[in-house]
Design a protein around this ligand. Structure first.
Ligand SMILES: O=c1ccn([C@@H]2O[C@H](COP(=O)(O)OP(=O)(O)O[C@H]3O[C@H](CO)[C@@H](O)[C@H](O)[C@H]3O)[C@@H](O)[C@H]2O)c(=O)[nH]1
Length: 486
């Protein structure tokens, strides 16, 4: 199925993601779903030159998705966590102009719609000036959107600004569609160190009514009350497009590459040799880190627990290897054009710099997911039907952890939360939590695993033919095509 180059029939979608892994991935997944629906859809996916380099090691998208780049006008992805405020400022002030020049250069047909990440806001103005409809693409939990959208209610009820260490347990019970929530379980921008960033999400969602469409990367059945409340509050057409994770390529081995000798799938081979549901998969996300002292406790605690693990280390491989002892059976592998090391620690654990996360989570040997609770990781774990150990670091990860543990009851917290409960989690505590969590025989564990399987089914139904996500995606395509034909 190739792109149809007849300008009169093509629906040309321009996608402008926020330049971060947790944002680019869901937008690309959505574009792949769109492109699979019709060869009349042509997608131009815009990234910085740096991001084009990162994406070049991934499986090539289908022919009707093409990349276009703007220069590296923002700080590098490497080290961006060091100055999030500066990074965001650059996105808001430096990207619009090269994006417009890119639009001027694009060959016909004129875009039928621009899909932009809600956090960026300026594409709304670009679309309005050029008479191109825009679709705002929200990459986080819808409840989180709703809290930002109703920021004024927090102020009105005396819950902003607030000292979370004193009043973190007070309940917010007035946000439409959201169950009563402790202040300390709100996104971290409402208190503490991240307070200076609160204007970013609140301004971003306040602009959404100016867009022609709102796309929610959530499963309707998981957040139905909140989604219905948002639909009542905002007149813009809203589509719950499902998890936007790469479920459509499971079973396709291309993503793991074929070169197992060079190690790209050596972690899958290692998983193949482990007992069913015995491995804890540990990943703290794509760019944030925990403190050094806490990391040392986590490493020692996981080691003391005796539980098998597959650990995405990013930069921490040598420290984790030192902390986890074990015979170092080291293999060098080639990944993304760089040389990495994979450590197989006496068959008890494996450290990898990066992996195909969804494939790992769905592997039968994996029995639990230690996560920082990024929204994509959360949805991938739900899709895989496994329980979570939550270790949120900041922003929406805290309410995601709350949803996992309290609302869906498919996980346990390692890190209790913000405010007065914040403390170093010791190695002994971690060892105990990990052992209990991975005990397949406990009644508590069985209940949690049973519920995780139920949610997996909810998720699978939503993305199957006639399910809520599939129906919403079809409706979006129809709506953008109708508008184009007018
Ligand atoms: O070894 C790995 C580790 C991660 N991933 C992928 O990387 C993405 C990570 O996304 P996410 O879990 O959302 O984490 P972050 O990259 O930290 O996401 C940022 O963006 C998210 C969406 O806005 C927010 O929910 C998070 O708080 C924010 O940190 C997911 O698709 C993972 O499958 C891999 O493929 N391999």
């Amino acid at each position: 199925m190739g792109p149809n180059n007849n300008p009169t029939t093509i629906c040309h979608v321009v996608a402008m993601p926020y330049p971060g892994r947790g944002h680019i991935n869901p937008m690309m997944n959505f574009c792949k779903l769109l492109s699979s629906k019709s060869d009349e859809i042509l997608i131009t996916f815009v990234v910085t030159e740096e991001w084009l380099g990162f994406l070049s090691s991934e499986p090539k998208p289908p022919a009707n998705i093409r990349f276009a780049t703007i220069p590296n006008v923002i700080p590098s992805e490497i080290g961006r966590a060091g100055d999030l405020s500066g990074f965001f400022r650059a996105i808001m002030t430096k990207m619009e102009e090269p994006f417009e020049r890119l639009l001027d250069r694009l060959e016909l047909p004129k875009p039928s719609v621009m899909i932009y990440d809600t956090y960026m806001t300026w594409p709304v103005g670009v679309g309005n000036r050029r008479d191109i409809p825009v679709a705002s693409f929200w990459t986080q939990q819808v409840s989180v959107f709703s809290v930002y959208y109703h920021f004024d209610l927090l102020k009105f009820n005396g819950h902003f600004p607030i000292d979370v260490s004193e009043r973190g347990n007070e309940l917010v019970n007035y946000i439409p569609g959201i169950p009563p929530t402790r202040i300390a379980d709100l996104p971290t921008v409402f208190y503490g160190d991240a307070l200076k960033l609160v204007h970013i999400p609140c301004e971003a969602v306040s602009r959404v009514p100016k867009a022609q469409y709102l796309l929610l990367t959530s499963i309707y059945e998981l957040e139905s009350q909140t989604i219905d409340a948002i639909k009542s509050a905002i007149p813009t057409p809203i589509y719950s497009i499902g998890p936007s994770i790469p479920y459509f390529r499971l079973g396709d081995n291309s993503s793991l590459s074929t070169d197992s000798q060079n190690g790209e799938s050596s972690y899958v081979q290692w998983l193949d040799s482990q007992p069913k549901s015995s491995v804890l998969y540990i990943s703290q996300g794509s760019f944030l880190s925990v403190s050094r002292t806490q990391m040392d406790e986590i490493i020692a605690g996981v080691d003391m627990s005796g539980v098998r693990f597959l650990w995405v280390t990013r930069g921490d491989a040598s420290r984790i290897k030192g902390g986890c002892g074990g015979k170092d059976n080291r293999k060098s592998i080639q990944e993304a054009g760089k040389l990495y090391l994979v450590f197989d620690l006496s068959n008890k654990g494996m450290l990898v710099p990066w992996c195909d996360q969804l494939k790992v989570l769905c592997h039968p040997s994996v029995g639990g997911f230690w996560t920082h609770c990024g929204w994509n990781s959360t949805k991938e774990g739900v899709f895989a039907g496994i329980p979570f150990l939550t270790y949120p670091i900041f922003w929406d990860q805290v309410p995601n952890s709350k949803a996992i543990v309290e609302d869906w009851k498919i996980g346990r917290k390692v890190r209790r939360g913000m405010g007065e409960e914040e403390h170093l989690v010791t190695r002994e505590e971690i060892a105990g939590i990990v052992q209990r969590f991975m005990d397949l025989e406990s009644d508590e564990g069985k209940e949690m695993r049973g519920r995780a399987k139920e949610l997996k089914e909810v998720c699978r139904r939503a993305i199957s033919k006639g399910g809520s996500a599939e129906t919403a995606i079809d409706a979006f395509i129809q709506d953008i095509s109708r508008r184009r034909d007018r």
